[in-house]
Design a protein around this ligand. Structure first.
Ligand code: PSU
Ligand code: MN
Length: 307
């Protein structure tokens, strides 16, 4: 019944039927996370990275009122050119867009929903949403976190940007029973940089170890997702001083302009990118590719265990 709204590309459908590894990818990062044309180039490059690592990419979005798993290049271009004209679709936006036959760029939360309905267990992105700074008064917690608590998909990310409150984000995930794995690290990475000073729950050094744990998680009836935190490669790490300054300016501008709700994350991301003169964009692009590669390796290892 819940699959009434789901459309799979024939490539993704065939891959799933044949038990090939599939990696879900999100589309808010395309429409709102990067400028055109780098957003489209990156989305296509990320798909190629997944293929080169032996898996099938499934970029997800709401297209013409359908939960769509597996976009073609024209659809990726449409989202990339549309940019902020394309509605950001998190969990609460889905039914509205479906009922109107509209398009939407899916966040981590809504991409997890589509991936799960399609039967895709691994999803790679840049950064996940989290608990915002000041959340103790604003109550601004990304819908990505409660989604991780209830939807059994592994999300590979480079951690959380320090536009957010990292310690509170980890507390929230602990409360909700979401395991946080550090890939070849003991530390939870801070997206642009490899270090945050905060510990992950479990360190794992190989995709097969992660696959073994995912298999245990879901075959034991634990229904939540898993965060796989993969630090940006050292050669692409951004200068922490530059990033801290840009983040402080972005937060001050958001406060001054009274930005809140669903627009705050895209506002902060665009502000940081502008004030760092695009230097953060290279880091962003490279860490997404790095996550896509690990996602494909985990999906491959999981497939070998479960098929
Ligand atoms: N963080 C990033 N890049 C992004 C996002 C977050 O570093 O592109 C996007 C993702 O799609 C994420 C969403 O799911 O923002 C979270 O938005 P919100 O905070 O409104 O839940
Ligand atoms: Mn929010």
């Amino acid at each position: 019944m819940q699959k009434k709204w789901l459309s799979l590309s024939s490539e993704v459908q065939n891959a799933l039927a044949e038990g090939k590894p599939v990696v879900a990818l999100e589309s808010t990062i395309i429409a709102h996370g990067m400028p055109f044309p780098q957003n489209v180039e990156t989305a296509l490059r990320v798909e190629q990275v997944v293929r080169d690592a032996g898996a099938i990419p499934a970029t997800c979005a709401v297209m013409g009122g359908r939960l769509t798993c597996g976009l073609n290049a024209d659809q990726i271009e449409l989202l990339g050119r549309g940019g902020h004209q394309i509605p950001k679709a998190s969990r609460r936006d889905l039914a509205y867009l479906l009922s109107r036959g509209d398009d939407g760029a899916t966040t981590v939360a809504s991409t997890m929903i589509i991936a799960h309905q399609a039967g895709v267990r691994v999803f790679a992105t840049g950064g996940i949403g989290g608990v915002h700074r000041g959340a103790t008064t604003t109550m601004d917690i990304s819908a990505d976190l409660p989604e991780l608590a209830q939807t059994p998909v592994a999300v590979v990310s480079a951690g959380v940007k320090s536009i957010l409150d990292l310690p509170l984000t980890l507390e929230y995930l602990e409360t909700q029973g979401v395991p946080v794995i550090g890939y070849q690290t003991d530390e939870f990475p801070a997206f642009y940089t490899r270090h945050s000073g905060l510990k992950v729950d479990f360190r794992m050094d190989s995709p097969s170890e992660i696959a073994r744990m995912l298999d245990a998680q879901w075959s034991a009836g634990l229904r939540s997702g898993v965060v796989v935190a993969n630090p940006v490669p050292a050669e692409y790490e951004a200068d922490p001083v530059m990033i801290d300054r840009a983040i402080a300016e972005a937060l001050a501008a958001a406060e001054q302009q009274g930005v809140r709700g669903k627009t705050i994350t895209p506002f902060l991301l665009a502000f940081i990118e502008q004030t760092t003169g695009g230097r953060s964009l290279t880091t962003n692009i490279e860490l997404v590719c790095n996550n896509a590669r690990l996602g494909a390796e985990i999906a491959g290892a999981l497939g070998r265990r479960m098929n």
